[in-house]
Design a protein around this ligand. Structure first.
Ligand code: SF4
Ligand code: SF4
Ligand code: SF4
Length: 168
């Protein structure tokens, strides 16, 4: 995992796809590649009511990334200073080895340039002190971004609130 986390609170997501749209727009991507995607699961009948969930799927910026290991040219790289995994397009030959290697379908094919594109946590924005584009526009503020070391506190707080059952 990189120095950062990008977390979705699924209970708050309404499946509006704003995150997908701004991500594509920020990277000027054509029809096809989605650096993040909202996957709709359901609807399913639960206790007599139809329920659906919207799961946000970006790149997870793995500690030992399959995509980096598979890349024969060194185009897929892990940034030394913070562990962000990104593609150097000057080295990508379009062999698609990273697309095959990633268990989560994060690397995407950009037919316009004949190369792979992927989520880089909007590293240019981060370097400018901003948050990733998807986090900035999320309609319900269900996406959060921060330092990985603070993630356990957030998960514990969320779990505690769920078990406390105080939300009306
Ligand atoms: S592209 Fe896949 S393997 Fe590579 S860092 Fe992202 S989630 Fe991990
Ligand atoms: S962090 Fe940036 S590149 Fe990654 S999914 Fe969000 S908007 Fe897209
Ligand atoms: S912008 Fe936020 S609420 Fe809308 S689909 Fe994306 S994660 Fe869900």
């Amino acid at each position: 995992m990189s120095k950062y986390y990008l977390l979705q609170d699924k209970k708050k997501c309404i499946g509006c796809h704003s995150c997908e749209i701004v991500c594509k727009s920020n990277k000027s991507l054509p029809v096809g590649p989605k650096l993040c995607q909202i996957i709709t699961v359901g609807p399913k009948m639960i206790n007599g009511l139809p329920k659906a969930a919207y799961v946000f799927m970006p790149c997870f910026h793995c500690e030992n990334p399959w995509c980096v290991a598979a890349c024969p040219t060194g185009a897929m790289q892990k940034r030394a200073k913070d562990g962000i995994v990104f593609v150097d397009h000057s080295l990508c030959v379009g062999c698609k080895a990273c697309i095959t290697a990633c268990p989560w379908g994060a690397p995407q094919w950009n037919p316009e340039i004949g190369k792979v594109v992927k989520c880089d946590y909007c590293k240019d924005r981060i370097d400018d002190g901003l948050k990733p584009a998807c986090v900035t526009v999320c309609t319900t503020h269900c996406l959060s971004f921060g330092l990985t070391e603070t993630l356990p506190d957030i998960r514990r707080q969320r779990h505690a609130e769920a078990v406390a059952g105080l939300d009306a």
